[in-house]
Design a protein around this ligand. Structure first.
Ligand code: NAP
Length: 368
């Protein structure tokens, strides 16, 4: 087939300027697939925090970091396989797969750079055709209970949550061997990864609470049996009192055993304050700041453990998908969930950046 072109929404290089970029409709050139690659057509994508970070060129300018003139972003979604390389024996044309966005991985399989973000020469799902390594797709089990948009929502936030939870819960257990799951209190700040992770905690029998700020999100938490903690309309002091009162009343004054904090700097002090002795702070994100003012002395005395993970290894991705199917652990999308069309992508970019979305999983269609 040689080289061919495909339509895409691309992020052009800012050529050294630090101001935010803009997605533009363009064509990109692809070369034929190698033995270990597949050619695929993306069907649905899910908008992720890092896509907005990429457009805002903050915390890094990904075009500059990758030394590329334009980049196709988008690291969560589902694709249909069109063609497979000679070494790919477990996939065939027509298979539905979820995108597994590990771009460059270390010897143990854990991601160093992310596909469609900071991994050079990789393409995300904002294109009509993409080439992927066979370990960048996971076959979707045939199961009529789950839709392709649900799997698109699953592909990044749920896999991140699954991998983070395994480490967080495992670490917590190293010090607290005899506590029954129903006596473990898990709390999370907002976001789709947090929602996925507290529902995992719940499946293990732990008590779960989560912070949110819109009536729709609070209602969803209630419906899922997660204790909703409304942060809207409160200043920091009033919210701190509300959160600590709730946590202490639920735990007989003990505090949170595992706190999922993907927000970072502005909430860290309260996260620590609410944490029980031997508590774990579980992190895979830093939405509003990555640098923390930590008191090592107090954290040692309180035996607090800090868990930091970044997405997942391929083996964890496979495990997460198998677990999801067995346990029906899937993102709940409303029947009338808005799915942005290919033409509406700029509108989605604006709505997400402006905080106008109630959903934790903003879905868009590409070829469907
Ligand atoms: N390392 C990885 O592999 C990985 C994977 C996925 C995501 N991430 C990162 O993890 C972070 C969270 O991502 P996400 O997709 O779960 O969430 P998200 O869609 O980015 O949403 C973040 C949530 O944070 C809450 N929030 C915003 N400002 C806040 C504040 N000042 N105080 C408290 N809560 C606040 C909002 O909920 P309410 O307003 O309802 O409270 C919002 O829903 C992002 O930075 C993302 O890039 C990393």
């Amino acid at each position: 087939m040689g080289k061919f072109t495909t339509e895409a929404w691309v992020l052009p290089s800012g050529r050294g300027r630090s101001e935010a970029g803009q997605l533009v409709r363009d064509t990109v050139t692809l070369s034929d697939i190698s033995a270990e690659e597949v050619l695929a057509e993306p069907l649905y994508g899910c908008w992720e925090g890092n896509m907005t970070h990429a457009i805002q060129r903050n915390p890094i300018d990904i075009c500059m970091a990758r030394q590329e003139e334009k980049v196709v972003i988008g690291n969560a979604g589902v694709v249909r396989i069109l063609k497979t390389g000679e070494a790919v024996h477990h996939l065939k044309a027509g298979d539905h797969c979820l995108l597994f966005c590990n771009g460059i991985w270390d010897e143990a399989g854990y991601p160093i750079k992310i596909l469609g973000y900071d991994a050079p020469r990789t393409m995300g799902v904002l294109a009509r055709r993409i080439k992927l390594h066979m370990q960048q797709v996971i076959p979707i089990p045939e199961d009529p209970r789950f839709s392709l948009p649900q799997w698109a929502a699953f592909s990044l936030r749920y896999i991140t949550a699954y991998a983070n939870w395994q480490v967080a819960y495992g670490c917590w257990r190293t010090q607290m061997k005899h506590t029954e799951p129903q006596d473990v209190f898990v709390c999370a700040w907002g976001g789709g990864v947090s929602l996925a992770e507290v529902t995992l905690a719940q499946q293990m029998g732990c008590q779960a609470a989560m912070v949110a700020s819109t009536p729709e999100r609070l209602a969803l938490l209630q419906q899922l049996g997660i204790i909703p903690i409304d942060r809207s309309g409160l200043d920091n002091m009033a919210f701190e009192k509300k959160l600590l009162d709730l946590v202490y009343s639920q735990t007989d004054g003990k505090g949170v055993d595992i706190f999922i904090d993907n927000i970072g700097t502005p909430v860290y002090k309260l996260t620590v304050k609410a944490l029980a002795r031997q508590g774990v702070i579980a992190t895979s994100g830093w939405k509003h700041g990555a640098v923390l003012p930590i008191s090592r002395a107090m954290e040692c005395i309180n035996r607090h453990l800090y868990v930091h993970t970044h997405y997942a290894s391929y083996a964890e991705g496979l495990e997460a998908v198998a677990f999801a199917q067995q346990q029906q652990w899937m993102p709940s999308l409303a029947a009338n969930e808005k799915i942005y069309t290919w033409e509406e992508i700029p509108c989605l970019v604006e709505d997400y950046a402006a905080g106008r979305l109630d959903t934790y999983f903003p879905i868009f269609s590409i070829n469907s």
